[in-house]
Design a protein around this ligand. Structure first.
Ligand code: ZN
Length: 275
């Protein structure tokens, strides 16, 4: 059962595809579990417009008439897709890659907000009032085609500061900088009525229980511990502040010539060198 899977609990939602017969009013609903939304951006300059297009009503008429199972006629019908269950984490893929001979990339700038109201795109959402999501991560692809390039991401720390993670090169950036990116994927977390971030807390709890399980596994499977590992804790960044490399003089961000312990030693540096 997909609903029980951890990934589904985090990213999962349901998409409802409805066909409404205009002759007898019959509504046929089909529900599909999804882990992300894939949006066309070919003629789009904003995320909201892409969502409007995705959920717009399509008239089935002429040679495309609907065979209604209730009134047993070929009828004019209206088809619409809407999210039915809003996911905790909403992952949105902007379809930048056109498949075909050359795997061309669509380089449109598509604007996206830091806070997104999804109520228009969720079944019964308009009655519920705003269903707010906060942007907390984006993935960017640099390169001109599907066949090559490089991925990097921007992530919002619990402190509210944004960091750019580009391989081992991690640095703080402004939210303005994040919103200027030609994003390939967007990650929004649902704000709960009990206060924003509650849904994310729940996910962090789920995530850490998973990490504990994974950690137990890796103790048994890994024999070469003590390697030089790039690690940077989210709380190393503060909102509006600069990077705090921590109190350790062995940080690899310390000035050249400052004392540092050899790689791999206990409490060894956070490797930040670009790889
Ligand atoms: Zn009908």
């Amino acid at each position: 059962q997909i609903e029980q899977c951890f990934i589904y609990q985090v990213f999962g939602g349901k998409l409802r595809s409805q066909i409404h017969c205009t002759a007898c009013n019959y509504k046929s609903n089909k529900y599909d579990p999804i882990l992300d939304l894939n949006l066309e951006i070919f003629r789009t300059r904003s995320l909201e417009r892409a969502l409007n297009m995705f959920t717009s009503k399509e008239v089935l008429d002429g040679s495309n008439k609907y065979n209604c199972p209730k009134c047993k006629n070929m009828v004019k019908a209206v088809k619409q897709m809407l999210l039915c269950e809003a996911p905790n984490i909403l992952a949105i893929q902007l379809k930048r890659f056109a498949f075909g001979k050359y795997g061309m990339k669509i380089e449109n700038m598509v604007t996206f907000p830091a806070r997104l109201d999804m109520s228009k795109y969720i079944c019964g959402g308009k009655k519920q009032g705003p269903i707010m999501y906060s942007l907390y991560g984006i993935l960017v692809h640099s390169g001109h085609s599907i066949h090559s390039g490089h991925y990097y991401c921007f992530v919002k720390c619990p402190s509210g500061a944004w960091v750019c993670c580009d391989d081992g090169y991690v640095h703080q950036v402004s939210e303005k900088k994040v919103l200027e990116q030609k994003a390939y994927m967007l990650f929004y977390s649902k704000e709960s009525s009990a206060g924003s971030g509650a849904a994310r807390m729940e996910i962090q709890t789920l995530g850490s229980s998973l990490a504990v399980k994974e950690g137990k596994k890796s103790i048994h499977s890994s024999s070469n511990g003590g390697g030089r590992v790039a690690s940077l804790r989210a709380d190393d960044f503060s909102a509006g502040g600069h990077h705090r490399p921590g109190s350790s003089s062995s940080s690899s961000l310390s000035p050249p010539g400052s004392p540092r312990s050899p790689p791999g030693s206990p409490g060894s540096p956070r490797a930040l060198a670009r790889t």
